[in-house]
Design a protein around this ligand. Structure first.
Ligand code: FDA
Length: 397
């Protein structure tokens, strides 16, 4: 029988990091992945430059049914710790916005750094994990035959982007071994519109605007009100851009989103322009505040094409202002796991120990990274969770 001290299932961000944190302890560590290369999601992340952490990481930048669950692991391994690792590896980086740290060069540098850091751990690629049988030792079924170990770390990630190797195997393993699963859904994903809403948005495909996307508080499932200020991008299927990706992780099918397309005071700008000489067209004034194509489309929708500002009663302009600052839209869905950056939900944190990521039901079994019901905002938080949870499990082993 093939045996190891620790078998890590998945050579993604969390699995590679956990293996590296176990290096030098004299343990026989085996890392399994069905892909041809390790760290495929790291390679494609951050537009190929890997947004490897966020300096503003806190438990408040994550979604989870147990909001404080991630705090302990995040405190045990901080963004600064990962930055020190990156610096030691000589990888150049820069801060883009809001604490988001990216490589100057290719994301593959991070993959190489993580693989080097694994030391003597054995990386077995092209091996599909099929299941785990509890017991001591635990037994892992794989396409290359079974392997036994005292510790098994499940780091098989979520369901997003099957094209780069994602499967739901981690959830299946968790469920089959007595763990609850918080319902999974695509997160950080573009939202799609019904045909009638596409009438306005599809012709605007490619237009970007700084906006606020918000959702009100909800009772079931319970959620506080949430809002994100960032770029919004019109697509031929609906909406994308960071503001929409962020809110998509909170959005539930059937819910209405509120969009504020201008951070300034549109009513005041219209009043001022009217005072200064109302011969100007409504569309001209609005195009000073919004991208021209967007301003033209909104004006047309409000029936104000070619209309002079001076001729408009306040009520008419009020409707226009509401359309800019309080646009209510009910997406019909999302682009799904095909393009989602993450999977929201996962292994229920109530079934795991927050300090060690160990199962409360199966001795020796750990869950780390995206497979756990801990989902970060856009901006490097998800990798920080992968590093921190991998580190926590390694420390406990
Ligand atoms: P991850 O998905 O990295 O690894 C899971 C591994 O398990 C994979 O290697 C997979 O092949 C393997 N596996 C799955 N099923 C298996 C089976 N049955 N048998 C064997 N192996 C199996 N985050 C961030 O912080 N900054 C960023 O810039 C980005 N950018 C980004 C871009 C895109 C396009 C995506 C899709 C995602 C991001 N993310 C991100 C999110 C980030 O990539 C993600 O949260 C982490 O990779 C999760 O790390 P894990 O190790 O948990 O899963």
């Amino acid at each position: 029988m093939d045996q190891a001290d620790v078998v890590i299932l998945g050579a993604g961000a969390a699995g590679l990091f956990c293996a590296g944190s176990l290096a030098g302890q004299g343990l026989r560590v085996v890392v399994l992945d069905h892909a041809r290369d390790p760290g495929e999601k790291i390679r494609i992340s951050g537009g190929g430059r890997c947004n490897f952490t966020n300096l503003g990481t806190s438990h408040q930048t994550f979604l989870s049914e147990v909001p404080r669950f991630c705090a302990s692991a995040l405190a045990g391994y901080r963004p600064e710790d990962f930055v020190a690792l990156v610096d030691r590896a000589g990888i150049a980086w820069h801060e883009k916005a809001q604490g988001q740290l990216f490589c100057d060069g290719r994301a593959t540098q991070i993959v190489r750094m993580l693989v080097d850091r694994m030391g003597l751990a054995e990386l077995r690629l092209g091996v599909a994990v099929q299941g785990v049988t509890p017991g001591m030792p635990l037994r892992v079924e794989t396409s290359a035959g079974p392997i036994e170990a005292r510790h098994v770390v499940v780091s098989t990630g979520g369901k997003s982007i099957p094209k780069v190797g994602a499967t739901g195997i981690g959830y299946d393993i968790a469920q089959a071994t007595g763990h609850r699963i918080v319902e999974t859904r695509p997160g950080l994903v573009p939202l799609t519109f019904a045909q009638q809403d596409l009438r306005l948005s599809a012709p605007l495909s490619g237009v970007a605007v700084t906006a606020r996307a918000s959702l009100p508080a909800a009772k079931a499932p319970r959620r506080a009100a949430v809002a994100f200020d960032d770029q919004l991008l019109f697509t031929h299927r609906g909406l994308s851009g960071p503001a929409i990706l962020q809110i998509s992780s909170y959005w539930r099918p059937g819910e209405e989103l509120t969009l504020d397309l201008h951070s300034g005071d549109t009513a005041q700008a219209l009043r001022q322009a009217k005072r200064e000489g109302g011969r100007v067209q409504v569309a001209t004034v609005l195009a000073r505040l919004l991208p021209e194509r967007l301003a033209t489309a909104i004006v047309a929708e409000e029936g104000l094409e070619g209309a002079r500002l001076a001729d408009q009663p306040d009520a008419r302009l009020g409707a226009l202002v509401r359309r800019v600052h309080d646009w209510r839209i009910r997406p019909v869905g999302s682009e799904g796991y095909r393009t989602a950056e993450v999977t929201v939900g996962g292994v229920d944190c109530r079934d795991l120990d927050a300090r060690t990521m160990a199962s409360r039901h199966v001795p020796g079994l750990h869950f780390i990274g995206e497979v756990v019901d801990v989902t970060g905002w856009l901006g490097g938080y998800n990798f920080q969770w992968a590093w921190a949870s991998g580190h926590a499990a390694a420390r406990a082993i």
